[in-house]
Design a protein around this ligand. Structure first.
Ligand code: FE
Length: 196
C-alpha cells in the first residue's frame, strides 16, 4: 500500500500535533492513547445488542432511539461521548419493507462504543466499494437473501456520523426476556449484513 493513503497522512499529522502539544506541556505523554484505550475497553457488540433488545420490548424507547439516538442510549447507560468528542449517532430500524446496512466508503468509521472494534471485512476495500453499488449481491454473499420487494438503504458513516441497525425481532420470541433477546443479536445484525 502506498504511503499517501489518506489515513496515513492523517496519522502523521496527528502524531505531529500530539508531539507539539506534549513538548509545550499542554498534554501529558500518552494521554491520548490512554483515552483511546479507555474508549475501546467499553465498546462491545453486547452494548448494541442491549439497545436492540430494549427497542424490541419498549416501543416508546424505540421511537426515541430513532428520533435522537445520542439521547436515547443514555437511558440504558451508554453514550457516544467516550472519545475526545461526542459522535453523532443515527439508529435505523429494519422493517418488513426496508433493510438497512452500514458502511464507511471513505475509511472505516464505526460506532466502537456500541459494537467494539470493527471486523476486518468492514474495513476491506471490497466491502466498502461494492456494498454501495450492489448491496443485494453483497448481502447474498453474507448469506442474507432478501426478497426482491425489500428496499435496501445503505448508510455511509463518516468521522462525525455513526450508524447502527436495529434488526427485526425474530418470530416466536414473544416469551423471551430482554436479556434473552439481547443474546440473539449479532454484530453482523447490528451492521446489517445478517438478519439478526
Ligand atoms: Fe471512516
Amino acid at each position: 500500500m502506498s504511503g499517501d493513503h489518506p489515513s496515513s497522512v492523517i496519522s502523521a499529522r496527528v502524531r505531529h500535533v500530539e508531539a507539539l502539544l506534549e513538548s509545550r506541556g499542554l498534554l501529558d505523554e500518552g494521554e491520548i492513547d490512554g483515552r483511546i484505550d479507555e474508549f475501546l475497553a467499553g465498546g462491545s457488540p453486547a452494548n448494541g445488542a442491549r439497545i436492540t433488545a430494549r427497542a424490541w420490548v419498549d416501543p416508546g424507547f424505540a421511537e426515541r432511539l430513532l428520533a435522537d439516538a445520542n439521547e436515547a442510549i443514555r437511558e440504558v447507560g451508554l453514550s457516544m461521548a467516550g472519545g475526545l468528542q461526542e459522535q453523532r449517532l443515527k439508529v435505523v430500524a429494519n422493517t418488513a419493507d426496508e433493510h438497512n446496512v452500514v458502511v464507511c466508503t471513505l475509511c472505516s468509521c464505526y460506532p466502537i462504543a456500541l459494537l467494539g472494534p470493527s471486523p476486518g471485512w468492514y474495513k476491506s476495500e471490497a466491502y466498502r466499494s461494492r456494498v454501495v453499488r450492489d448491496p443485494r449481491g453483497v448481502l447474498r454473499e453474507f448469506g442474507l437473501e432478501l426478497p426482491e420487494t425489500t428496499r435496501i438503504s445503505v448508510w455511509d458513516a463518516s468521522a462525525e456520523s455513526r450508524y447502527m441497525v436495529v434488526p427485526r425481532r425474530p418470530e416466536g420470541t414473544e416469551g423471551l426476556s430482554e436479556e434473552q433477546l439481547a443474546a440473539l443479536v449479532t454484530r453482523k445484525g447490528l451492521i446489517g449484513t445478517a438478519a439478526v
